[in-house]
Design a protein. Structure first.
Length: 533
């Protein structure tokens, strides 16, 4: 026992010395970079007072109508949403249950009416009404909306006090939060001369800005109104200790993520010409919406994303099932199957460049020539080039997917499969009714990671293999057959005479697109995931 304790102490000392030596080596080799970082950080801190003065001057000179309109939109939104959140979380009203199908139909109706010319606010209320109507027809539980008992509960003094707090705090938070994004946008969307499309986008930006303050408010109100007998597991007794733990992470996120993101968002509101910036409000976003080449990039991205996600996950599951069989040397070839994930997309692109090379020098074309006497133009044919990107991307992501599916298959209880086999279930029925549902946590995780990879990770393959081509239409007037959003963003940002503001707008659109898709996946797909106890 004493020898174990002595060994643990010696091991702890050795680890501490090793960590100290590593930190010393790192500081010595990266000293110049650290000095530069500290200088930039010092400049940013020194500029903070000037930024505050600029903000004060801006709000002192802003048009009262623009400021009041933005604060009114944020306050109304904050009051209504906070009231709904508090009532739905308290016992004052029974839980409303609206199925995911009803919500999706309501959203689809809202998008359709918006495309037919309705403004954003009108489309929102039409979508809400459609969702409620569909929910009633589908017999979702909306009875609390029409029950007299609900009205009696809400007329009680405690309920009125709670609703009053929700409306007051929500209105103040929504009004103040609407200015977080209103200041860098200079409230341009509330100008009387602005285009209708920019005004509608401005309303949406105001609501998103208000949520930055409303979400922490909702968290605080829900904790404050939690019953006294509610459990406190997972919470600290005070606030100093969790803040101390979170401070390094928060500082890192603020310096390396949030501040650069705000700079990019601000840059997207400007047009750069002859090294001069000019504020153009949301013109960059409107131009993207009217750009046929950018629209083509949208379509190409979604088509390639659907193909990459479907083929990579289906093929990975099939290979993982074969790799999970009890055969000699299974661990060895499982390791080989994971190797493609260790390759960067550029290296994978080089490999597939050799496989699909033009003429008879490429391996694939050589095999096709031996069988048919003809060769295919994989990189210049608009119908074939996307398949090369799909093949390369699927190969690159395959090892990662196999790794998780193999782990998931090893966790499937053997007794369930044996019991189903005894009951007469065949191999396909056992897979469909037992194995596949128990793999749903892995499938859900891989779906999210593969969708993200299909938007961002395929840049290396596109840049190496096709450079966004081959062109569609005369002189590429319709874009490129593989000109995905991430490649178009990079090529537009670093092209000679590039419009940096337009490229920044593309980056914001791409980020919001991936974020919305991820939220939708969590909202509507996670409920179908089966987690084992």
């Amino acid at each position: 026992m004493e020898e174990d304790i002595r060994f643990d102490k010696l091991w702890g000392i050795a680890v501490g010395i090793g960590a100290t030596l590593f930190m010393g080596w790192f500081i010595a080799t990266e000293f110049e970079g650290l000095v530069t970082f500290v200088e930039y950080l010092g400049r940013a801190i020194a500029y903070t007072p000037q930024s505050l003065r600029n903000m004060v001057d801006y709000y002192g000179a802003i048009n009262g109508g623009q400021l009041g309109a933005s604060m009114l939109v944020g306050a109304v939104f904050g009051a209504v949403m906070t009231l709904f959140v508090i009532l739905n979380a308290s016992n004052m009203i029974d839980k409303l249950r609206v199925s995911g199908i009803s919500q999706l139909i309501g959203m689809a109706v809202g998008v359709v009416v918006y495309l037919f010319g309705f403004v954003l606010i009108e489309s929102f209320f039409i979508a809400l009404g459609a969702m409620i109507i569909v929910a009633f027809f589908r017999r979702d539980d909306l009875r609390p909306l029409v029950m007299p008992e609900t009205v009696r509960r809400l007329s009680q003094p405690d309920a009125l006090r709670l609703m009053g707090q929700a409306v007051l705090f929500g209105g103040i938070a929504g009004g103040l939060g609407s200015q977080i994004l209103g200041y860098p946008m200079q409230h341009c969307t509330y100008n009387a001369e602005v285009e209708a499309i920019q005004r509608q986008i401005g309303y949406l930006v105001t609501l998103i800005s208000a949520l930055i303050v409303l979400i922490p408010l909702w968290t605080w109100l829900l904790r404050r109104n939690r019953p006294l007998n509610a459990g406190t597991a997972g919470f600290f007794r005070g606030w100093m200790l969790p803040i101390a733990f979170l401070l390094p992470t928060l500082v890192s996120l603020a310096v390396f993520l949030y501040y650069p993101a705000m700079q990019v968002a601000t840059l997207s509101l400007n047009a750069q010409r002859f090294r001069q910036e000019r504020f153009v409000c949301l013109d960059n976003y409107v131009n993207l919406a009217n750009d046929s080449i950018y629209q083509n990039s949208f379509i190409v991205t979604f088509v390639l994303m659907a193909a990459i996600v479907t083929f990579s996950m289906a093929l990975a599951l099939s290979i993982a099932i074969l790799a999970s069989q009890k055969v000699k040397g299974a661990n060895f070839y499982r390791t080989l199957l994971i190797w493609p994930y260790a390759l960067s997309p550029v290296v994978v692109g080089v490999i597939f460049l050799g496989l699909f090379r033009q003429g008879r020098t490429g391996l694939i074309n050589y095999a096709i020539y031996q069988l048919t006497g003809e060769t295919l133009n994989w990189f210049t044919d608009p119908s074939l080039a996307p398949w090369v990107i799909i093949f390369a991307s699927v190969y690159n992501a395959l090892g990662f997917n196999i790794l998780f599916y193999v782990a998931g298959l090893q966790n499937v209880p053997k007794d369930l499969l044996e019991a189903a086999e005894i009951d007469g279930a065949n191999r396909f029925q056992r897979f469909l009714r037992i194995t596949l549902p128990l793999l749903s946590p892995f499938t859900f995780f891989l779906l999210i990671t593969n969708v993200t990879y299909a938007f961002y990770g395929i840049y290396g393959a596109v840049d190496t293999l096709t450079q966004g081509g081959p062109p569609l239409g005369l002189a590429g007037q319709d874009g490129g057959a593989t000109d995905v959003l991430i490649f178009k963003l990079y090529s537009d940002a670093f092209a000679p005479g590039a419009q940096i503001g337009a490229a920044a707008a593309q980056s914001i659109v791409l980020f919001l697109l991936v974020a919305v898709i991820t939220v939708v996946q969590f909202r509507y797909l996670e409920t179908r995931v089966t987690y084992a106890d």
